[in-house]
Design a protein around this ligand. Structure first.
Ligand code: AMP
Length: 430
């Protein structure tokens, strides 16, 4: 099969790494890819958001299956464009991708189908939002409706933060039309977990649990990021909660979307809160998490390619995914200045030593090649992953390999998985 992967980060490197192992693969392309991906695939110089040029390429290169990594092309309608041209693609249509593209749509959808989520009000101006926030009391959560690169959510514990958020959304227009509608919602208390599953429109194939670490600094301090590390299993999602989330959230979501004429094919990712009154939806994503995907690809036993190809045509034909018993851990190495203003251009030292480290796998995220050298070219630069019989073993290898790598101002958390190792609670889940 000739396959095109859309995207160029660590998640897409991990997907390419996994697809490369498939005996059914004949040729692998990635747009735009990165220098790490270039060793596994032919990189095509097209941006992930150049939807119609990507379709032109897929038609010309006789691609049998396209797999989409990031959310932006999905919300731009890449799946609709490919399908209209008779090109096979695994991912949700634009209408189904609304689940990530619009928080207002999602909240109303959840309410229509009685799927558990925080109480909410949709506000169209500042006065409405202020009144709703006052009604909920503190703490309260305010969210811009549209895509805001993870920055459109404010959990306000003080009134000043509510005022600041409202000014940002409605007066400064920092998020543009993404904040034309603001979701004001009840603050949920509990433990955050996530669950991802592949869908062919009717069936769900749940992934093993995975957890990511969103804050920049150790002990969950510092600003939010795209993710600074991950491991699988998560250590927080036990079998009972996963079952509850599947039955009460993912399943009815899939059925509800189908009933509304937006059947969902692709990766359904539920961000959840385990509260005293059950598991509730915080948000949906319509693609694999990054860096959770990297940990999951390291553990996935099945050949991913035939599963995605079958899913794209509407029927997986298998009833579950299989994961290695081993634990996978992934560290994110980020540029100086990340997440606000990443400094680009520094040459990366020690990459070959890290890649040669027994048991370690290095995925490229924000790298570029300049004059034959690999340099820093994005916020999150490299992912160093490893598997092991348990979490401490996987972390030992990943940290040892990551220690080989350096550039000025490199940022990396030193405590990925540490709390969990201390609690040693990974034994009871799959
Ligand atoms: P979201 O993008 O909607 O998942 O929000 C980003 C983060 O804000 C979540 O991962 C939670 O940590 C937090 N958050 C969102 N909604 C709520 C809520 N209703 N209650 C408590 N925390 C929330």
């Amino acid at each position: 099969m000739r396959v095109l992967v859309v995207g160029g980060g660590g998640r897409e490197h991990a997907i390419c790494w996994k697809l490369r192992q498939s005996p059914e693969l004949s040729e692998l392309f990635c747009a735009p890819g990165n220098p790490g991906i270039a060793r596994l695939a032919d990189c095509v110089p097209l941006g992930a958001d150049e939807v119609s040029r990507l379709a032109d390429f897929a038609a010309e290169a006789q691609i049998d299956l396209t797999v989409v990594g990031p959310e932006l092309p999905l919300t731009l309608g890449i799946v609709d464009e490919f399908q209209a041209r008779g090109l096979a693609i695994f991912g949700p249509s634009r209408a189904a991708a609304e689940l990530e593209g619009s928080k207002a749509f999602t909240k109303q959808f959840l309410a229509r189908h009685a799927i558990p989520t925080a109480e909410f009000v949709l506000a169209r101006d500042r006065a409405e939002a202020a009144a709703a926030a006052a009604r909920f009391g503190l703490p309260v959560v305010l969210k811009a409706d549209g895509l805001a690169a993870g920055k459109g959510v404010v959990v306000a514990t003080e009134q000043a933060q509510v005022d600041e958020a409202l000014a940002l959304f409605f007066d400064d227009r920092r998020f543009g039309i993404a904040a034309d509608v603001v979701v004001v919602e009840e603050f949920l208390e509990g433990e955050e977990v996530s669950l991802m599953a592949l869908s062919d429109g009717r069936h769900l194939l749940p992934f093993a649990s995975a957890r990511d670490y969103k804050r920049l600094l150790d002990e969950d301090r510092g600003p939010n990021t795209g993710g600074m590390g991950s491991h699988s299993p998560s250590g927080v999602l036990d079998g009972r909660s996963a079952g509850e989330a599947l039955e009460h959230i993912l399943r009815p979501t899939l059925d509800g979307l189908a009933a509304e004429g937006r059947p969902f094919t692709g990766v359904l990712y539920a961000g959840l809160m385990k509260t005293e009154t059950g598991v509730k939806v915080l948000e949906f994503n319509v693609r694999l998490g990054d860096p959770e995907a990297q940990a999951l690809m390291l553990r996935l036993e099945d050949d991913l390619l035939p599963i995605l190809a079958a899913g794209a045509s509407g029927h997986f034909g298998v009833s579950r995914l299989h994961f290695k018993k081993e634990v996978a851990a992934v560290l994110v190495l980020a540029a100086a200045g990340y997440p606000d203003l990443p400094e680009r251009g520094a040459p990366i030292e020690g990459l070959a030593r890290a890649e040669g480290h027994p048991g370690a796998v290095v995925f490229h995220a924000g790298t570029a090649e300049r004059d034959g050298r690999i340099v820093v070219a994005g916020g999150r630069v490299l992912n160093v992953g490893a598997t092991g019989p348990d979490l401490p073993a996987a972390l030992r290898v990943a940290y040892a390999a990551a220690a080989e790598v350096s550039w000025p101002g490199l940022q990396m958390r030193t405590d990925i998985g540490r709390r969990l190792v201390e609690r040693a609670s990974l034994l009871s889940e799959g």
